[in-house]
Design a protein around this ligand. Structure first.
Ligand code: SIN
Length: 352
């Protein structure tokens, strides 16, 4: 019995202190901004799938991984406590403004954002387009809730802190660290509803790997323009909707959208952003009414190419290049805060 008590005391008090004591005056200051998600999820059983996302507060998340203190001076802030299916533009603006403020006031050297995996790719890309700093911003999540057997959140959080602390992560834009891999925010996407290895960059692969406490990069995206979108005065973004393409699709969803007054429509088309005739006619009518129509694709990888199968200029469309529909929506919303000029917006899709 005495041995058990001694073991528990060493595990709970001594080991965490040892890990914490490794941070020095020169260690990077890392702020962890928590938004919820499965990484903060809690369930009644360690072996069943049912759980509620976003239950565990930031302090408990940090206390569960005392090893993070070996990599920097860590503090936490709760930005939101939601499942990322409820992520929204107001929270994106709050998060981005807070990160810009932290860097402007020199409050931290790097940021980690804990986030649900469902919309993590959209938040990562939004931050990539709006955070003005070369300092690391690393998003992380988990596929299993914190109460599950073999949960992945603690390891992912430790890895994300290592990535944020690494000098090699400077100037990479916003990145996602999950499952021992590092992804560029622009290219990463969630590919599986249940697999641990859900995140992938289908066109280009991960830019780096995390293993055995070491962070290694192999590639870097050149789609990281220094000019970011200025959101300082914004409290909302222009309305942009997404419509899905499929065989024998009715144009009704497009007409319903037109009537709801959006500034843009992203079309998740078949193959190279293609549509059947009725949907094409409805999208062309939308473009004639001044709605910015962007052709994207539902295939999951590859580019949507301009003026190949579709007469984009004649119909008034732009193409998303290799952005998936949900990321094309993010770039279109931000672009529309600056211009409604089709040519300029097309340039953005080839630049960002
Ligand atoms: C969520 O996105 O908040 C739920 C799913 C997850 O985090 O894996």
């Amino acid at each position: 019995m005495k041995k058990i008590i001694l073991f528990v005391m060493i595990s709970v008090f001594v080991l965490p202190l040892q890990a914490q004591s490794k941070a020095t005056n020169t260690s990077p200051r890392i702020i962890i901004l928590a938004t919820g998600g499965t990484i903060a999820g809690s369930g009644e059983s360690a072996t069943k799938a049912a759980y509620t996302a976003g239950k565990v507060p930031i302090d408990d998340l940090l206390n569960a991984v005392p090893q993070i203190h070996a990599y920097g001076k860590i503090s936490g802030e709760q930005i939101a406590q939601i499942g990322s299916q409820d992520m929204n533009i107001v929270t994106w603006l709050k998060l981005s403004k807070r990160i810009n403020e932290i860097f402007k006031n020199n409050e931290a050297d790097a940021i980690v954002v804990t986030h649900g995996t469902d919309t993590q790719e959209e938040t990562a890309y939004f931050l990539d387009l709006t955070v003005v700093s070369d300092k690391p911003v690393v998003l992380v999540g988990a596929m299993r809730p914190s109460t599950a057997m073999s949960q992945d959140g603690n390891r992912n959080l430790l890895d994300a802190v290592m990535v944020a602390a690494s000098p090699k992560s400077q100037g990479k834009g916003v990145i996602v660290a999950m499952d021992e891999k590092i992804y560029d925010a622009r290219d990463v996407t969630k590919t599986s509803t249940t697999n641990l290895e859900t995140f992938q960059s289908r066109n280009f692969g991960p830019i780096g790997l995390i293993y055995d406490g070491k962070v290694n990069y192999y590639y870097q995206s050149v789609r990281n323009p220094s000019k970011k979108f200025d959101i300082t005065k914004l409290s909302s973004l222009p309305q942009v909707e997404i419509v899905y393409g499929y065989a024998d699709a009715s144009p009704n969803p497009v007409y319903c959208m037109i009537n709801s007054g959006p500034k843009g429509i992203v079309y998740a088309g078949m193959g190279n952003g293609n549509f059947g005739e009725p949907v094409g006619k409805a999208l062309a009518e939308a473009a004639k009414k001044g709605i910015l129509v962007c052709r994207s694709g539902r295939a999951g990888s590859g580019r949507i190419t301009l003026e190949n199968e579709v007469k984009d200029a004649e119909l008034g469309f732009v193409v998303a290049d290799d952005l998936n529909p949900q990321k094309a929506r993010v770039l279109l919303m931000l672009s529309l805060t600056e211009t409604s000029d089709r040519t300029k917006i097309q340039e953005n899709f080839f630049e960002y």
